[in-house]
Design a binder for this molecule. Structure first.
Ligand code: SAM
Ligand code: SF4
Length: 434
């Protein structure tokens, strides 16, 4: 059948979509680029915040006329909701008049069989049981050509941060075998990828037959031709120095660490079950900068967690001022059904306060990044070219090792090639070379 697959949410979902594509293609299906050409439309969804759910309901509404048209023509049309939202809402989704297939993140192997069954019976199908073992490590992802490849090294999460739905939608933490990850990386190099990003909800708890994340990344760094290795995310609670020394030693492990802070208030961090204090976080930042002085540092922050006061918020401001992040992804707290926070802490910070705090933090971060990035003016940086810049076909863009975006006049070089440029201008988000 012709299948159209679209992906929402995080890098983990992008990686999962490549596994889904592989499962479907190896079962004789054909992937299309347009929903209108498809008999099956699949959405790989996210559940992390309420607006992720809203987006999918909006998309289902858009598909309603197409579904009606296909019914009138008596042609098959299957609309499937896959991934975290499927796991989170299960039967509720099947009550939607458009969706007739619901499949959770551990059940993708069942997709071909479920699609066949819907074609034969015209019934709805749901498969959303979580597994302690499923890693899809035997399935070679079907990737769309590019510069970077996402490589899942572990699935699920056991941390149970009180705000977070991931442990319920992606289940228990499990690591993929070292050998399957290394084989996959070697395959990637052979097919022309220059960069791999290793993915897990908390890469520092990676453990396969006694081998930890630092052991894995050192082995990966020794693969000839793998020019850049990135990873996301490490949890601040168990960041081993061994990993920092590996980043410092191997030039192909990128000097960029994404270290989610979530809040600068110890009271809120405790309610979030993050298991570190702001002082411990800042101590880790110091150690990171001592061992890898040139590293860039980015973070995630939630504003408006239940009971967050202006004083708690100011504690976050203080940590941001001290840590001096290159970039911060700042979110308004969104209550997720079934989480510990939803059960124990009413969502009592007003929408107006959440908006006010997110605006203030974004302004603060903008100012910090603006000053920080001015230091690059006059410096030469190596850039891995990713493609044309958004604004204008006469410019290209790429990333530094520290994951900073660089825009420069078009060269004769192609995506995947390296160029060294001298930075002439900077903004909070971008470096420019003439
Ligand atoms: N495992 C990663 C970690 O601990 O850093 C986080 C993965 S989550 C997909 C990405 C970010 O979404 C989190 O770091 C957090 O800032 C944000 N997030 C998670 N749950 C949220 C919620 N209920 N409301 C708002 N933001 C949330
Ligand atoms: Fe969610 Fe916390 Fe796990 Fe990250 S570490 S996925 S925030 S529970």
């Amino acid at each position: 059948m012709n299948i159209f697959l679209e992906t929402y949410g995080c890098q983990m979902n992008m990686a999962d979509s490549e596994t889904i594509r592989s499962i479907l293609i190896s079962n004789g299906h054909h992937m299309t680029l347009e929903a209108n050409d498809a008999e099956v439309v699949l959405m790989n969804t996210c559940a992390i915040r309420e607006n992720a759910h809203r987006k999918i309901y909006g998309r289902l509404d858009i598909l309603r006329p197409l579904k009606k048209q296909r019914e009138q023509e008596r042609r098959p049309f299957i609309v499937g909701v896959l991934g975290c939202m499927a796991q989170n809402l299960k039967e509720e989704l099947l009550n939607h008049p458009v969706a007739n297939l619901v499949v959770g993140p551990d059940s993708y192997r069942a997709l071909p069989h479920l699609i066949d069954r819907i074609v034969q019976t015209n019934n709805q199908e749901i498969e959303a049981s979580l597994s302690e073992y499923e890693t899809y490590s035997d399935i070679a992802p079907s990737r769309i050509a590019g510069v970077n490849a996402w490589v899942t090294i572990m699935r699920g999460c056991d941390n149970f941060c009180t705000f977070c739905v991931v442990p319920y939608t992606r289940g228990r933490e499990r690591s993929l075998p070292v050998s399957s990850i290394l084989n996959e990386l070697e395959r990637l190099v052979k097919s022309g990828y220059k960069q791999a990003t290793l993915l897990g909800q908390n890469v520092n708890s990676y453990c396969y037959e006694g081998e930890r994340f630092a052991d894995l990344i050192v082995k990966a760094a020794q693969i000839p031709g793998l020019e850049r290795i990135r990873f996301t995310s490490p949890h601040p609670k168990d960041f081993p120095e061994k990993l920092l020394y590996a980043i410092a030693e191997y030039p192909n492990i990128c000097n960029h660490i994404h270290l989610p802070l979530q809040s600068g208030s110890d009271r809120i961090l405790n309610l979030m079950n993050r298991t570190y204090t702001s002082a411990e976080y800042l101590d880790l930042v110091k150690v990171i900068r001592r061992i890898i002085p040139t590293t860039t540092l980015t973070t995630d922050i939630i504003v408006g967690f239940p009971t967050e006061t202006e004083e708690d918020f100011q504690a976050t401001v203080q940590v941001m001022n001290t840590a001096q992040f290159n970039n911060a992804f700042i979110f308004k707290y969104s209550e997720r059904k079934g989480t510990i926070a939803a059960r124990d802490y009413p969502d009592d910070v007003s929408e107006a306060d959440k908006t006010d705090r997110i605006v203030r933090l974004n302004e603060l971060q903008h100012g910090i990044a603006f000053v920080k990035h001015q230091r690059y003016i006059g410096q030469k940086v190596q850039v891995l070219i990713e493609g044309d810049a958004d604004k204008g076909i006469d410019r290209q863009m790429g990333k530094t090792e520290g994951n900073l975006t660089v825009v420069f006049p078009k060269t004769g070089l192609n995506p995947g090639e390296f160029i060294t440029v001298e930075i002439a201008e900077t903004t909070a988000g971008t470096l420019y070379a003439h």
